[in-house]
Write a protein that binds this ligand. Structure first.
Ligand SMILES: Cc1ncc(COP(=O)(O)O)c(C=O)c1O
Length: 441
């Protein structure tokens, strides 16, 4: 038995079976630096998948902030400490409108759970609208808002589900699709009313990651937000994926659509690998919530996490990562479009900045998605070529590219070369479309 096979057997015995691994032959990573990770045999892989190490694996300034604060003190938010206040002020300064009052948590799930709780308490309603095939986390509440993970028949009556604005593959296509997609929100609110529920919130990820990384028609978000607010609901922007410069246009995804949300939720990239998340809202909403509820989270906002989150913001600012992401993103996007000219399997190139999806099809006219098994094989071929990418989308046929923000043009060229070779030898075998809920991609 090889060392990896032995570790796999131990893992399978000791970890719950629901913990899935990427790849049939799992990758055993032992270290990472910048955009590179190294496996147990010393092979270097270009990380084109992980947004959690947002400013790169093991960024020295983040590591230094973490170790310095861990050596000095770590407690919780029931004592006065500068770092957590500094962090709240920094986030408030980055956000539009009067979004500036923070709750700190440890994960995106916790952030969304609390945000929905706030919306419900403040509005006195229960209804929540999300996109079809959304993913927002996995607590008992948020799992129900993650419509990619369970059968539609099990949806609670307070849940409204709308088609995401997919102008390539969705039911409404083309440039003028903003108004008709937003109208689906209005229709869903009517259906919700018929089930005797009114909206507390619309929860939206403005990268629509789980739907294949979408750019919405320009007016979709504004129109939908107006509809939800007109019906008395709040707008929650889930920035776990779209935030922190990822889309290369603005710091936040919602800014791309001129939306000023009522509540913003943060997670993954905020700590560059350290578990820290946040809910940011307005003083008025926070005060209304505080009239009925208090909130405490043992680890959320502890001095070490706050120091790490501050270091991440410093790095983004000092290394000008927003402009960097826009520049490298344009370069990468141009390269992906050129690949699409040569490989018919690429039906559409969608995304921006350092977040791209290649919607892979069996036929460009019918836009039928390639089989899940074929998509997996392509991802595995990229891994053999030394590049980590993933899959997303309702049919798991969208190749997902989402590297750390410190990805350079030369890394993009390397990725494009590996992808080109993998696509050149790609031979679809067909089979089932889409993954089963809970599968690893
Ligand atoms: C858009 C979005 N929101 C929330 C979450 C949940 O975050 P976490 O895994 O930190 O709970 C995820 C995780 O993938 C996500 O993609």
């Amino acid at each position: 038995m090889t060392a990896d096979a032995e570790l796999l057997a131990r893992r399978q015995a000791a970890l719950a079976p629901g913990y899935q691994l990427f790849y049939d032959d799992p990758v055993h990573l032992v270290r990472g630096s910048g955009v590179w990770v190294e496996d147990a045999e010393g092979a270097r892989l270009l990380d084109c998948y992980n947004n959690v190490p947002s400013v790169g694996h093991g960024h020295p300034r983040v590591v230094s902030a973490l170790t310095t604060q861990a050596q000095r003190l770590n407690t919780h938010t029931r004592y006065l400490h500068e770092t957590v206040v500094d962090l709240a002020e920094r986030l408030g300064a980055l956000l539009p409108g009067d979004l500036g009052v923070c709750f700190f948590v440890c994960t995106g799930t916790e952030a969304n759970d609390l945000a929905v709780e706030i919306a419900r308490v403040v509005t006195g309603r229960q209804g929540v609208v999300v996109s079809e095939h959304s993913y927002h986390g996995n607590s008992a509440l948020v799992r129900l808002l993650s419509t990619d993970g369970y059968p539609a028949a099990d949806r609670p009556p307070w849940l409204g589900v709308v088609e995401p604005p997919n102008t390539y593959r969705g039911p409404i296509r083309g440039a003028d699709a903003g108004a008709p997609y937003a109208d689906l929100v209005r229709v869903e609110l009517e259906r919700m009313a018929a089930r005797e529920h009114a909206p507390a919130a619309w929860l939206v990820d403005t990268s629509w990651d789980s739907n294949g990384v979408l750019i919405a028609p320009d007016d979709y978000v504004e129109r939908s937000a107006r509809t939800v607010r007109g019906a008395g609901g709040l707008v929650i922007a889930d920035e776990v994926q779209a935030g922190y410069c990822r889309l290369g246009v603005n710091f936040w995804g919602h800014e791309n659509y001129r939306l000023v949300p009522d509540i913003v939720t943060l997670g993954k990239p905020m700590g560059a690998g350290h578990p820290v998340g946040a809910v940011v809202t307005t003083p008025a909403i926070a005060a209304a919530f505080a009239e009925q509820r208090s909130y405490f989270n043992t680890f959320g906002g502890n001095p070490v996490s706050a120091a790490v989150a501050l270091a991440v913001l410093d790095v983004i600012e000092d290394e000008a990562l927003l402009a960097h992401c826009a520049d490298v993103g344009d370069h990468l996007g141009g390269g992906l479009l050129r690949l699409a000219e040569r490989h018919d399997v690429i039906g559409n190139v969608q995304g921006s900045g350092l977040f791209w999806g290649l919607d892979l099809v069996t036929d460009r006219t019918t836009r039928d998605p390639i089989a899940y098994a074929d998509a997996r094989r392509l991802v595995t071929d990229c891994r053999q070529g030394g590049v980590l990418v993933g899959l997303t989308g309702r049919y798991s046929n969208v190749l997902k590219i989402r590297p750390p923000l410190v990805f350079e043009r030369a890394h993009a060229d390397h990725l494009l070369g590996v992808l080109d070779a993998a696509l050149a030898s790609f031979e679809p075998r067909g089979g089932g479309v889409g993954r089963t809920p809970g599968a690893e991609w």
